[in-house]
Design a protein around this ligand. Structure first.
Ligand code: PMP
Length: 355
């Protein structure tokens, strides 16, 4: 007797939906924290020539060629730290979670935060503990410390700055959590290019710290490259979980090319920071909007009727993210990825029409 899909697949997987990616065809795409700028044409041609040289008949160099050292040099990763590469930082989250999935192990995250922490707990069979942020999305230090003591999580994920709220927690609060946590603390710095602080200088120097970043938000979401910096003890174990050849040759070559042209991406990040300030100020001037401080490439706002505004913007050709319903603390919240000045202008013009 053959067994059906329903009999074979774990019930907790059957109970969830796949990671949802909205259809953005024909819309101004401001839903996924991408950098709106493409590579300048001259650089695209140069990249094409570089990619044409890559030996795609060969498996990738598992050590990333010189890429790890180049990332270290470019992003101030301490000598004491080892670097691990992932197919996006999404894959790094999966590797960490898989390595820690002993029976009874717990994964803790602050809530609301990046949904893949919880998802990976479920997929790897760790118990998930979500600790709510305060109403204005700050760390509730007493309750988080109490939860750490009670649950003793194998891993605590802290997005710094946080997605989907945009704020960066006070450094002292994160320090206190790292000091108190008995397990690994992952400081996820996906939005670091838009932030004013980082834990990278401590990577490799503290036994229970892993700092994770990605090239996705700075203009390379399509190539899928995430990197983690941590002690050699952690890097050695996590590397055993990593699938062989997880970062393909084209990604490695494109990343190395991008690092050679870092000034272009830094310039775009600077433009986006300035646009973030302009967008936040204009959103804050809308009646009934509460705009939360952001150190990321998006701005989150609580509005009178998120569903109506989301639908109105979509009808006007603009796709943002409606956070309403994603978590009780996100009631009537919308997340606006910072676009080009023209795209942000279109958002503000559409909002003026919708009033
Ligand atoms: N961490 C955070 C906090 C994120 O918001 C995201 C993307 N939304 C990721 C990690 C994953 O990024 P990627 O897999 O593109 O590196």
């Amino acid at each position: 007797m053959k067994q059906s899909v329903e009999q074979l697949v774990r019930p907790e997987i059957q109970a969830i939906g796949a990671y949802h990616v909205a259809d953005a065809a024909g819309l101004i795409k401001l839903d996924a924290m991408e950098n709106p700028y493409r590579l300048p044409a001259a650089l695209s041609d140069e990249l094409a020539a570089r990619l044409a040289e890559v030996a795609i008949n060969r498996y990738p160099d598992p050590s990333g060629g010189g890429l790890k050292d180049e990332l270290k040099a470019a992003f101030g990763i301490p000598d004491a730290a080892e670097v691990l590469l992932g197919n996006g930082s999404d894959e790094l989250i999966t590797l960490i979670t898989q390595a820690l999935a002993r029976p009874g192990a717990k994964l803790m995250a602050l809530e609301p935060s990046f949904v893949m922490y919880k998802m990976n707990a479920l997929l790897s069979g760790l118990a998930y503990v979500g600790v709510p942020l305060t109403a204005d999305f700050d760390i509730d230090l007493p309750s988080t410390l109490a939860a750490i003591e009670q649950h003793r999580p194998a891993v605590l994920f802290i997005a710094y700055p946080n997605n989907p709220t945009g704020n960066r927690y006070p450094r002292d609060a994160v320090e206190a959590l790292i000091a108190a946590a008995p397990g690994l603390v992952v400081v996820d710095e996906a939005y670091q290019a838009f932030a004013d602080d980082s834990f990278m200088s401590e990577a490799g120097t503290r036994d229970n710290l892993l700092v994770m970043r990605t090239l996705s938000k700075i203009g390379l979401a399509g190539i899928r490259l995430g990197y983690a910096a941590t002690s050699s003890a952690w890097a050695t174990e996590l590397d055993k979980v990593r699938p062989p050849y997880n970062v393909n040759v084209l990604t490695q070559a494109a990343a190395r090319f991008a690092l050679e042209h870092r000034a272009v991406f830094d310039g775009q990040a600077a433009t986006l920071r300035a646009e973030r300030a302009r967008l936040a100020e204009a959103l804050a001037a809308q009646p009934g909007f509460t705009v939360y401080p952001s150190e990321a490439n998006f701005v989150t706002a609580r509005v009178p009727d998120a569903q109506a505004l989301f639908a109105g913007l979509k009808a006007a050709g603009i796709l943002i993210k409606n956070l309403n319903g994603a978590h009780p603390l996100l009631e009537n919240c919308l997340r606006f990825t910072v676009g080009t000045p023209e795209e942000n202008g279109a958002v503000l013009a559409a909002l003026a029409q919708l009033k």
